[in-house]
Ligand binder design. Structure first.
Ligand code: NAP
Length: 336
């Protein structure tokens, strides 16, 4: 399949934390972008934000991504799709709250793309939530791994499954559905699929947000660590800067070799304390200090092999210091 170096890209969930950076990155790289949002109100901030790009940025209103044929109009004439829309939170009681929009949203946009012969590539924003599994010993996961454990937990326990398992199952099932769809319809579709699997995405925020409490899940977690006593403690995970995952979406369209590939996009492992330590020296007095150095020699139970992202996409990852500085600058500009 040819790589996409120009043309129009449909970005679903365009008002989200990650997606606004994806839109910006696409525009900066010369693409036209059609951002799909649930309502005109949700698109108003985007229109204003990207007004300098004139007709290179437009909106599509898709009120309910779980409805059959929801994206039929939105996909018309686009050259590629970046599907980011999916619920990311840990508050669902009924797992269907996460599973339905994740799976039906993904299958719906692919079904609309199947009928649209202008589409040449679809990039789906999955997650390392679809890759990892719980393990008693530290593990390094790769694209060969699948989080079937979360799916089994949710099938077995339903509402009683942990919130993390519910979210992880939604990402695993949605990603599997995407690959199954692409395989099943291989002979009739003019596009190929590329899937990105990032861990926790952190960095400055450019989507519309009124207060720290209204932040998306990952940015809210980061803000809590910087501002609430003891939040840093011993927890951690793996991360990538939101600007790097945004660029990865652009590269996944541009690089021919990304077609048919599942690609982990991860900068490395962290303990929350590392973020406090990485913040610029002059900002430290304004935020939590935690226990400086406590994350340094910590064991990381989960790591990811990101070599494929470097090989296929040429990814180079921002450092923790660069991301921490941008995050703190963002808080300061907002008076947080
Ligand atoms: P976000 O800021 O909450 O954005 C989520 C986007 O999806 C919003 O545009 C939201 O629309 C849309 N969406 C959610 N549920 C929907 C539903 N039921 N129907 C229609 N649209 C819905 O989250 P994000 O952090 O940017 O996440 C974007 C994608 O990246 C998701 O696929 C997520 O799984 C993935 N991801 C995120 C992280 C991370 O750490 N942030 C890590 C790995 C993967 P509304 O604003 O209208 O609700």
């Amino acid at each position: 399949m040819p790589a996409i170096t120009a043309g129009t890209v449909l970005v679903s969930g365009a008002n989200g934390f990650v997606a606004v950076w994806v839109v910006r990155s696409l525009l900066e790289n010369g693409f036209f972008v059609r951002g799909a949002v649930r309502s005109a109100e949700k698109g108003a901030h985007l229109r204003q934000q990207f007004s300098k790009y004139g007709d290179r940025f437009g909106l599509a209103i898709v009120p309910d991504i779980t409805k059959v044929r929801a994206f039929d109009d939105a996909v018309k004439g686009v050259d590629a799709i970046a599907h980011t829309a999916s619920p990311y939170h840990f508050q669902a009681d009924d797992p269907a709250e996460l599973l339905e929009p994740a799976i039906k949203g993904t299958l719906g946009i692919l079904e609309s793309a199947r009928k649209c012969n202008s589409v040449k590539r679809v990039v789906v924003t999955s997650s390392t939530a679809a890759v990892l599994h719980d393990s008693p010993t530290p593990m390094v996961f790769s694209e060969a791994d699948w989080d079937d454990q979360a799916v089994e937990e949710v099938e077995k326990k339903g509402r009683a499954a942990s919130n993390a398992h519910k979210y992880r199952a939604s990402k695993t099932l949605a990603e599997r559905a995407a690959w199954d769809f692409a395989k099943k319809h291989q002979s009739e579709i003019g596009w190929d699929l590329s899937v990105l699997n990032p861990p926790l995405i952190l960095g400055p925020v450019i989507h519309e947000v009124s207060s720290p409490d209204a932040l998306n899940t990952s940015a809210r977690q980061m803000h809590g660590v910087f501002t609430k006593p003891d939040a840093a403690a011993s927890g951690g995970g793996c991360w990538v800067d939101v600007r790097d995952i945004a660029l990865a979406h652009v590269l996944a369209l541009q690089k021919q070799e990304a077609g048919g590939e599942r690609i982990i996009i991860s900068a490395g492992a962290f303990k929350w304390q590392d973020w406090l330590d990485a913040a610029p020296a002059e900002s430290k007095s304004k935020y939590q200090k935690g226990t400086p150095g406590a994350g340094k020699d910590a064991v990381h139970p989960v790591r990811y092999d990101a070599s494929k992202s470097k090989r296929i996409l040429g990814m180079q990852y921002r450092s923790m210091e660069e991301t921490a500085e941008a995050v703190v600058d963002d808080y300061e500009q907002r008076g947080w």
